[in-house]
Design a protein around this ligand. Structure first.
Ligand code: GRF
Length: 202
């Protein structure tokens, strides 16, 4: 299966996917990485010899034009699955219409708790005693799509945003790698995707 990965940041999840894809039995290849800004994730792709491109909102007159450019850049790679791995922008309706049931995102909380860009900070501020990561099918809402998998971690006394982020990522990354591989292999076997939007009404 062909993966396009969208990144905005450190790209540790992307790195793990790139490593997993080196094993043929994993059943997927990262065919391109797209970013909304220059970032470490973009550099990982370039180093791995994977085509990488920045499609920056600031280079377009408005959001719909950026969305269109991103759709064009992504669909040009004919992905089976688009993986948002620390991609810090909302995808517009145009994007999701062109790739129905093919876009997943990983989020550092036990959704529906703590959606949005500051999930870890919000988790700590709320005094929650557990957190985790959720992999879900992207829809037009903010972290509202149907869940694919969830993994839980403890919040420990004295946790900072950095320590909790690290503990979450240690559970999140293996979950992402395992689930993306499963989805990819199901596609290759022609079983179709299990989940929201997959095979959705036209
Ligand atoms: C991950 O924790 C993901 O849940 C969140 O952003 C982080 C990305 O990390 N959306 P990285 O860029 O893969 O290191």
């Amino acid at each position: 299966a062909r993966l396009v990965v969208l990144v905005s940041g450190a790209g540790s999840n992307l790195l793990a996917l790139l490593e997993a894809c080196e094993e043929p039995s994993y059943g997927a290849q990262v065919v391109a990485v797209l970013a909304d800004r220059a970032c470490a994730g973009f550099d990982h792709a370039a180093r791995a010899g994977v085509p990488a491109q920045v499609v920056a909102p600031g280079d377009f007159p408005d959001r719909p034009h950026w969305d269109q450019a991103l759709v064009r850049a992504v669909t040009a790679w004919e992905p089976d699955l688009v993986v948002c791995a620390g991609f810090m922008r909302l995808l517009g309706p145009g994007f999701l219409e062109r790739l129905p049931g093919r876009v997943v995102n990983t989020h550092p909380s036990l959704l529906p708790d703590f959606p949005g860009a500051h999930a870890v900070r919000d988790t700590l501020a709320a005094g929650a005693d557990r957190s985790g990561a959720t992999l879900f099918w992207v829809d037009e809402g903010v972290d509202t799509g149907e869940h694919i998998a969830q993994v839980e971690v403890e919040v420990l006394p004295g946790d900072t945003e950095a320590t909790l982020t690290q503990r979450i990522k240690a559970a999140e990354t293996p979950q992402l790698v395992a689930q993306v591989g499963r989805l990819a292999r199901e596609m290759v076997r022609g079983e179709g995707l299990q989940g929201a939007g997959a095979g959705a009404d036209p």
